[in-house]
Design a protein around this ligand. Sequence first.
Ligand code: PBG
Length: 338
Amino acid sequence: MPSATCHLPPATFPATRLRRTRMQGWCRELVREYRLHPSDLIWPVFIHEGKNKQTPIASMPGVNRIPLDILGENAKSANQLGIKAIALFPSIETKLKTPCGDEAWSENNLVCRAIKTIKDAVPEMGVIADVALDPYTTHGQDGIVEKGVVVNDKTVAALCKQALVMAEAGCNIVAPSDMMDGRIGSIRAALESAGFQDTMILAYAAKYASAFYGPFRDAVGSAKNLGKSDKHNYQMDPANSDEAMREIAMDIAEGADMVMVKPGLPYLDIIQRTASSFHIPVFAYQVSGEYAMIKAAVQNGWLDGDAAMLESLTAFKRAGARAIFTYAAVDVARLLHE
Ligand code: PBG
């Protein structure tokens, strides 16, 4: 049967004036297709050792590394603003970094203590933690390096140990951001056999080798370890889209509960393609470089920061993202309440 719309006259001017619905604020709100809500936002938080000492990150204005003694109260105020989850990123002391990143699976490491801190302070806050070795390795790569190459299967075994200590500490979602092959299946199996069948996996499924991660690497202190090396032999080529669909299909088959596309704004096409091709929640990451670009322009007086941030995050939702990682989560949640 032909659909009803086939019988409608073509939308032509002057019968159709699309500006009519835009004329007044109340109507623009009625016809609005997508809405950003505080519960869409995931707040990525940099944590470090030390007492009551927040340290600013030069390339990310407004973002600080937070010590554990004030993490709980920060989590509580974020939760009161309607933010449902925090993602933890540790800045590890240099003396704890090793070639294999052993501190990553040490039971009482900074991330495990942070998970407990948040869960103690705000039990209803979702806690997400990255599974990847880069904050812990002397070379700043996400995996174990042998003869100059990040070796896949040994790294996956290490990632399983890392995921287990996080799950044990009470982490709700482990988020492998390393881009090794087969890690979702291995981590899922490791969680199952250790009794963590309810711990979720957010797979950084389509993670690109991006120039937009620079400020993050300053924040976690991996930039100087990484030096002139890059991550092109495991993160994806920014020129590829079909390959992202294969990555996502594999991660879903291996047991991912949600998938991530990263970076965000330069990859809206990938978000949209993922959302329309797979029936799984798609998360997106407004990465450090995207945040830094907006803030730098604001500092120069070149952009209205609040408007640019809201527009940018709304674009993620229009593309099909469910939840969005953004360093501006707290500021944006506050704005949305105004
Ligand atoms: C590391 C990791 C990175 C980010 C999240 N986890 C950086 C990288 O892959 O080098 C980037 C986040 C950002 O830039 O905001 N596994």
